[in-house]
Design a protein around this ligand. Structure first.
Ligand SMILES: O=C(O)CCC(=O)C(=O)O
Ligand SMILES: [Fe+2]
Length: 576
């Protein structure tokens, strides 16, 4: 055959070989089927794997069933081939292996820069064929057949529309790699926990069980081009590594744990060992995916990389257009490499991928992270929280490098995003109990040598601000004897409207009632100091707390109160 054969269509090829003898026992495709074996109901697996051999010109020549994926190339180890089932499985995974004729001209693998024959694993020669460029190729197609009515109803309820998939009828067929379900896995999980009232307890329990079976199956079944790695369940291996005792879970809790509005305590993190993964060079990888949550309290995943030499295999984590790369192949030449564990944790909604491992073996332990009731650790105590590795650190560095105050200096302010009972009878120890992003901000400023302060901040009342600006805006006042006396006690320029407390805790000021401008000035000075101007607030305040109680004198004396918010403040010095 000449070179043009590489462009011949499949029909041409079939035409040319129309008279070729049928493919027979050689090549190991056809087996004489043993008589069907009955299996008792209780042996029907939840997920039943079916392997069908279809042969060119003959149709289905063999069917094998089993509770585990069946390797089409391993033939003699299967005990229960051709079992027939009476009770239905929840899922049937049918792989059809078919043979066809094609030419043997290599295509070019651009990525590896060398010719490739496709499909690589499954081709062999026909005995009667004497032309080098023709061969019989074997291809595999897999489809999931959902047989459970409970599951079909659940899917119909959560998947409003997915191109090419319909959730109607007694059976639903979905082709691998099952995108229509993967894209709705979270909705399915929510449905599990909030089923319609019309479901009685038994129906709801079965639905819930069948959803679990489906999600578990999806998580275990990525096709090879997607996940090229060995993975092991914790039942199949042992490890003494404990992410709690080395402080990883503390650090995760501080940074990742979602805040609870109004809560005054931390929520804890429970980490459950999920898998051991081995990605081996030269082609181990895991394409972009989102992990399937195992329950509604799962908020993220933790990946711990064991100190085994490898090249490549960078973990990329993405969220809303931001990407973070964890390259654990670096640093391997450091003397203490064998003692180093590197890790990453991310929220469940982050897409992530493992790039190709080009050599060596990349071993990771993965953990599912669940939010539970519990207590956190003190910020700064955990040595595993390195803020310079977090995206926020880079963002802050970026803000500062852009000179936010035009060289003049000023104050950067962040209202804490979490709630702290900082003025309750027993003062909350801050910054020790900072949570989540607040802790990261604090640690990041420390790492930038910027000496952050955390304090309650009062915003001067509107009426006092007017009183102050009237004074500073009207130079005429400055000549009256009253003004001359006042000037001695007031700052030379209009003070900031932000007053930063010296300490936490409600203060009751028992001095004589405040009435004039200088009374308020002194009152503020007893409690705190005016912020350096200008102040650049980067977040919005959350909950305010009662802060300063004093007496004011209008027509008569009355008790007044000022409220504060908790803030992290950083003085940015002027550029020299
Ligand atoms: O090994 C890794 O770095 C990531 C593993 C992963 O994404 C997974 O198992 O879902
Ligand atoms: Fe993952």
């Amino acid at each position: 055959m000449d070179d043009t054969a590489s462009t011949a269509s499949f029909e041409d090829v079939v035409e040319r070989f129309r008279d070729m003898p049928r493919i027979g026992g050689r090549g190991g495709l056809i087996i004489d089927s043993p008589p069907p074996v009955e299996i008792p109901d209780e042996d029907v697996p939840d997920v039943c794997y079916v392997l069908q051999y279809e042969e060119y010109g003959k149709g289905i020549v063999e069917v094998r069933r089993g509770p585990k994926p069946i390797d089409p190339d391993v033939r003699d180890t299967l005990d229960d081939r051709n079992k027939r089932e009476r009770k239905k499985s929840v899922l049937e995974i049918i792989t059809v292996v078919s043979t066809k004729l094609s030419n043997n001209i290599p295509t070019y693998d651009v990525r590896r820069n060398r010719p490739t024959y496709y499909p690589a694993r499954h081709h062999w020669r026909h005995p009667s064929e004497d032309e080098d460029d023709m061969q019989i190729t074997k291809s595999e197609n897999t489809v999931m057949v959902i047989k459970s009515r409970h599951l079909i109803n659940a899917l119909a309820a959560v998947v409003s529309y997915y191109p090419g998939t319909s959730f109607m009828g007694d059976e639903v067929r979905i082709e691998a790699p099952y995108y229509s379900i993967i894209h709705n896995a979270e909705a399915l999980l929510r449905y599990k926990d909030s089923q319609p009232d019309t479901h009685d307890a038994e129906y709801a329990a079965t639905t819930s069980k069948h959803i679990d079976i489906l999600l578990e199956f999806l998580d275990d079944t990525y096709d090879e081009s997607y996940r090229r790695a060995l993975k092991m369940d914790p039942t199949a291996f042992c490890t003494t590594f404990d992410p709690y005792s080395v402080g990883i879970i503390d650090a995760v809790a501080q940074v990742l744990l979602p805040s609870v509005s109004g809560s005054t305590t931390h929520r804890g993190v429970r980490a459950e060992l999920y898998k051991l993964n081995v990605y081996s060079g030269p082609s181990g990888r895991f394409k972009p995916h989102v992990d399937t949550p195992r329950s509604s309290s799962q908020f993220g995943s933790l990946v711990v990389c064991l100190p085994v030499e490898h090249e490549g295999g960078q973990l990329k984590v993405r969220h809303k257009g931001q990407e973070m790369t964890f390259d654990w192949s670096a640093n391997q030449d450091k003397p203490d490499h064998a003692n180093r564990l590197q890790w990453a944790a991310f929220y469940s909604d982050c897409e992530h991928e493992v790039l190709e491992v080009t050599s060596g073996h990349r071993l990771t332990l993965t953990y599912n992270l669940y939010a539970v009731r519990g207590a956190g650790r003190l910020t700064g105590v955990s040595p595993t929280l390195n803020p310079t590795h977090l995206p926020l650190f880079q963002a802050l560095k970026g803000i500062l490098s852009q000179d936010p105050f035009d060289g003049q200096g000023g104050t950067l302010g962040f209202w804490c995003s979490h709630v702290y009972a900082y003025n309750h009878t027993k003062e909350t120890p801050l910054p020790a109990t900072l949570k989540g992003v607040d802790a990261v901000l604090w640690e990041s400023f420390q790492a930038l040598n910027l000496d952050p302060k955390i304090a309650p901040v009062i915003m001067m009342s509107e009426s006092n601000r007017l009183m102050f600006s009237a004074w500073y805006n009207d130079p005429g006042l400055h000549t009256s004897p009253w003004a001359i006396r006042l000037r001695k006690t007031l700052p030379s320029t209009m003070p900031s409207e932000w007053i930063i407390g010296y300490k936490f805790g409600v203060k009751v000021d028992r001095s004589s009632p405040a009435e004039e401008l200088d009374d308020f000035h002194k009152l503020y000075q007893r409690w705190g100091s005016y912020s350096r101007e200008p102040v650049h607030w980067l977040t919005k305040p959350v909950e305010s707390e009662l802060q300063l109680i004093y007496t004011a004198y209008g027509n008569e004396a009355s008790a007044q109160a000022e409220y504060s918010n908790c803030a992290i403040l950083v003085n940015v010095p002027p550029y020299k």
